[in-house]
Design a protein. Structure first.
Length: 109
């Protein structure tokens, strides 16, 4: 993707995006990539690989069931991914907030 095709700063939301997923139906790592791509108006292939920011298998293992079914445990994982501060909670919540001075999508050199 060239710089001309990158989302403009007007297209990037400046407020937190909150959504919920059923972790038994979608892996948290997949939800992160799908949601960031949708918010950034990018194809998923245009985003940097999630593994450059966090281990997707570890994210899924920590957040997904059976932990998600245990109401006595509170777990959240926060990290920055392609221009967004991401927080994933075990109780199906997902928060996305634009991070400062990061790109949303990869650019070709």
């Amino acid at each position: 993707m060239s710089d001309e095709e990158s989302p403009s700063s007007d297209a990037i939301p400046h407020e937190a995006i909150q959504t919920q997923y059923e972790w038994s139906a979608i892996e948290p790592s997949t939800a992160v990539v799908e949601t960031v791509a949708q918010v950034a108006h990018c194809d998923q292939q245009e985003l940097s690989p999630l593994y450059e920011c966090i281990d997707p298998d570890a994210l899924d293992a920590i957040i997904a069931p059976p932990l998600a079914q245990n109401t006595d445990t509170t777990v959240s994982i926060s990290f920055t991914y392609t221009g967004y501060s991401v927080t994933v909670q075990h109780w199906r919540a997902f928060t996305l907030l634009p991070a400062n001075n990061s790109r949303c999508c990869r650019t070709e050199d």
